[in-house]
Design a protein around this ligand. Sequence first.
Ligand SMILES: Cc1cc2nc3c(=O)[nH]c(=O)nc-3n(C[C@H](O)[C@H](O)[C@H](O)COP(=O)(O)O)c2cc1C
Length: 506
Amino acid sequence: MPRRDALSAIEHLPRNLLVLSSLTPTPASISPRRLPHPYAWGSFMSATPSRRRPSFGLVTMSPQLHLNISLLTPGHFRGSWRVDGNHPGDFVDPAHFRRLIRIAERGRLDAVFVGDSPALSADIRHAPGLGLDPVVMLADAAAGTEHIGVIATGSSTYNDPYNLARRYLSLDHLTGGRTGWNAVTTQHPAASANFGYSDPPEKDERYRRADEFVEVVTKLWDGWEPDAVIGDTESGRFADPDRIRPAEHRGPRLSVAGALPLPRSPQGRPLIVQAGASEGGLALAGKYADLVFSAAQTIDVARNLRTDIRGRAAANGRDPDRVKVSTGLITVVGGTESEARRREEELRETIPLEPALRQLAGQLGLDPGNLHLDTVIRAEDLPGTSSSQPRSAGFLASTRALLADEPLTARQLIHKFAGGAGHQLAVGTGEQIADRIEAWFRSGATDGFTIMPGEVGTGLEAFVDQVVPHLVTRGLFRSEYAHSTLRGNLGLEVAETGTPAENTAN
Ligand SMILES: Cc1cc2nc3c(=O)[nH]c(=O)nc-3n(C[C@H](O)[C@H](O)[C@H](O)COP(=O)(O)O)c2cc1C
């Protein structure tokens, strides 16, 4: 479009649309693989928002809902590998994950999310656990995509920071700046024995290590200054070692001397995601997280959590708008409400009840010997949240709020949680589920949702085809991608160097 036409078009646009125009493409929209020379990355990676040039495109300014989708296979009903559209071998099939991520990108979602725990699932008799290493799987699956982000879970308790930092920054380069790290401390007790611990470290200790771990990983990701790579073919000078800072970290738990063999990525560095809701988890989120996953059964719980996280970010000298909160939502979508209910019933029948009951007891801190399917559970039966408890504070708080409204039997809770742990379940038509998403988003309870299909084989596509179009029509969600990095999708700027708290303070 000639520039004059573009400018005159601006005047006729509704006020909530912003037109960015330029005859040159924005650096952030160029995949480094397409740059003529890889060492042109220096200026590319140093691009700050003020230095970046705008590109053509219509960008919806606000409100902007964010949607991620979980690739957990077979889905949040763990026995759903038995229902139509799913297959027992899906959890190790690369074609399965490539198909899912392409569908998610067709829906213009912000990112796909993959959970992880480095141990064999206690429930392997009935359902596949978290199988493939998420970074390895996503490196393969993302190769066929261009815009969608990929968020992989990685444990700060059972990794070394140098290896983890290198793995995630590698994925960030391979995807052109679309990677996120869901930093978890891993509560799964069986994991500790795989790493030489006789007992799982206590939660407080896990979070103390996580704090130091994220600090070191950030230092490693930021080690290369933007102009460290010279790439001068004439003189043969490849890089300036003086512009590559070693981590030189010596802390109480971790010691890392050198630098990574990798420069910063097109989005600066991978997105930092955090999912814990205990005091330690929230403190970590306030200090470092770009995105926080939350589990909430009620709007009030979600809103309080979001307010808390934003307050903690501000207390760390950060801009609260740079921390997005994404609430978990398990979905079962049908063409009609009764079709959705039938599908839910079919999925319920696949829940292995005895293991689900044991998991519920563990999750809620109740004596498994005294918990039966018809036991009525009240909010006051649940233990308080203390920092030494191994169980998830977020799931416990969310369940307590649910039971305060109405006591439920163990069986009813298992059904409400889709046989798993504590996320809310939405069953209905695309329009009904879009109504729930809109109500929560407009109430300020959350910045968006991490969708957890009841079963992924057909449920992920059903969400994209039957729910997303309603959100687009209502002006809540994008119809086209405006960016090619994950930070761009989330409305976040290219990460500056230094910890988030240092950046805003400077
Ligand atoms: C949406 C969501 C996703 C999570 N995914 C994982 C995961 O993949 N692996 C894991 O070990 N923990 C995961 N967690 C658990 C938390 O990271 C955390 O370890 C747990 O909630 C206990 O910590 P807390 O008491 O601080 O909440 C997840 C939690 C939430 C809310």
